[in-house]
Write a protein that binds this ligand. Structure first.
Ligand SMILES: [Zn+2]
Length: 168
């Protein structure tokens, strides 16, 4: 089967809540491979299941491959179990929102609990761009996009653009 295309807004699947994965099967390992191929080809640094219409709680990321060696990560059934009170603002883009870049303020550091491809639960701490990526991709699993994280002033200034993104 060919790799699936990346969905773009206003596809409603991008606004839906994804279902837990549970056990890591061969099918899930094949899905992770497909998602990594689609992400690298895009080219992007993160991709969540719903972005290719796979409504399950899985995302892939590789924050540094454009600058250095590839380091693919697969996070299944991820939960953010800690977020720092300190925040940081970062410019974010999304493969499902081509041409849109927004400044988003989020916790500067997070701890993520997730199932790896080995089937075991893991816990990892993320800071810097990796923390941004983890939070952005984790949001996709609940149908939340980076444009939902804007402050009120930016939302008001971008009202026309946001309306067009949501579609009819
Ligand atoms: Zn995205």
């Amino acid at each position: 089967m060919n790799d699936r295309p990346i969905l773009r807004m206003p596809d409603r699947r991008l606004r839906s809540v994804a279902a837990p994965v549970g056990e890591v099967t061969d099918e899930i390992r094949a899905l992770a491979d497909e998602m990594l191929r689609v992400m690298y080809a895009a080219p992007g640094r993160g991709l969540a299941g719903p972005q290719i219409g796979e409504m399950r709680r899985i995302f892939v990321m590789d924050c540094g491959w454009k600058e250095g060696a590839p380091d693919p990560c697969v996070m299944i059934d991820p939960e953010i179990v800690w977020a720092s009170p300190e925040t940081a603002s970062c410019s974010e883009g999304c493969l499902s929102l081509p041409g849109i870049t927004v400044a988003v303020t989020r916790p500067a550091a997070v701890t993520l609990r997730f199932t790896g491809l080995d089937g075991a639960r893991h816990e990892d701490a993320f800071t810097g761009f990796a923390a941004v990526c983890v939070q952005h991709e984790r949001d996709h699993l609940d149908g939340i996009l980076c444009i939902d994280r804007l402050d009120a002033q930016t939302r008001a200034a971008m009202a026309d653009v946001l309306r067009r993104i949501e579609g009819p």
